[in-house]
Design a protein around this ligand. Structure first.
Ligand SMILES: [Zn+2]
Ligand SMILES: [Zn+2]
Length: 333
């Protein structure tokens, strides 16, 4: 099969590699769509730990084309979205933390390729009515859904998301579908603000038009936000969220700040106002139910550009420059 192998830094090699082995409990996937993730960008910039050479890509959907001997042949032909780790349901992480941090994970994601072999349990059916290409955003969306699921949402809550990349957009959309009465997003790029409105976000803020503090004061009649989510990955914006919430408000960390970042807040103020700091990193326990949650949203146009498999380096570069909402690779054309 063809694959795009990361060699370190910004270097990739496109070419033939052996087809993946299909073990007895595995399914073989013809990858239809695989998203370019901020993590892929950070890996090539040295900001996220990873050791080359390896095939990157962990946000895929496609079709089952073969199965191992322990898997029902009825699955052949199924449209699926791929989880990228397994869970045993028995280890301490599975029991006390989350299945997506299973200590006995047996899977590696390598989806910038024509084919992938994954354990049967990691191939989740795409529900009828959800476009299989759009279903490729399940992985990033599940990280947002996991974060939103960790919040306490009261009647009449007002929430703000800072940052309208795919993570901020999905967080805002799920705040809305999970009962936050008024959801706002602050994002400098116009087409992202427009997409937020399509997803049901009530109020959009352009930081070029007014400052965020004034916007929030007006939105909340000076009381502050119930929920403020940071979806950029900048410590100073997490600190801004702490300032913008009301007493006992909740701050949700969705964006990933660089390792080693301190949180630049006045701890006395944060404690005095009894601010709750909540966070999510990864899919938590919600991956399998995320496709169903995506069906509640109008996601037309979420995929801004499609690239061939040999264009992975360009797609990663474009993604790093903030082009589009979601950029995807089409390994099989
Ligand atoms: Zn991702
Ligand atoms: Zn486990």
């Amino acid at each position: 099969m063809k694959a795009c192998t990361w060699l370190g830094g910004g270097n990739f090699e496109f070419g033939d590699v052996p087809d993946p082995a299909v073990g007895p409990d595995d399914v073989l996937i013809r990858i239809g769509t695989v998203g370019v993730c901020g993590t892929d960008v950070h890996i090539t910039q040295g900001l996220f730990p990873s050791t080359p050479p390896k095939i990157l890509g962990h946000e895929a959907s496609g079709e089952i084309v073969d199965v191992g001997r322990n898997v029902s042949r009825d699955r052949i032909g199924e449209s699926v979205v791929l989880n990228h780790s397994t869970s045993c349901g028995e280890c301490e992480s599975c029991l006390d933390w989350t299945v997506s941090r299973c200590e006995r994970n047996t899977q590696v994601a390598a989806f910038f390729a024509e084919l992938a072999s994954v354990p049967d349990q990691s191939a989740i059916p795409v529900p009828d009515g959800l476009d299989v290409e759009i279903a490729s955003i399940t992985e990033p969306a599940s990280c947002c859904l996991s974060g939103v699921s960790r919040l306490q949402i009261d009647d009449g809550a007002i929430g703000l998301v800072i940052g309208g990349g795919i993570m901020g957009l999905m967080t805002a959309a799920f705040l809305k579908t999970h009962g936050v009465k008024t959801v706002a997003i602050s994002e400098p790029v116009g087409f992202r603000r427009d997409f937020a409105a399509q997803l049901g976000v009530d109020v959009v803020h352009d930081p070029a038009e007014s400052n965020l503090e004034d916007f929030v004061a007006e939105l909340t009649k000076g009381r502050g936000l119930h929920i403020a989510a940071e979806a950029v990955g900048k410590p100073e914006l997490v600190a801004k969220c702490v300032e913008l919430v009301r007493p006992r408000g909740q701050v949700l960390m969705i964006g990933v700040s660089p390792q080693g970042s301190p949180l630049p807040v006045d701890l006395y103020d944060m404690q005095y106002r009894e601010v709750v700091l909540q966070s999510a990193f990864g899919r938590g326990d919600v991956f399998n139910r995320t496709p169903g949650e995506l069906m509640k949203l109008n996601l037309d146009g979420v995929i801004s550009a499609r690239y061939a498999l040999e264009e992975v380096p360009q797609a990663i570069k474009d993604s790093g420059e903030g082009k589009g909402v979601k950029l995807v690779i089409k390994p099989n054309g």
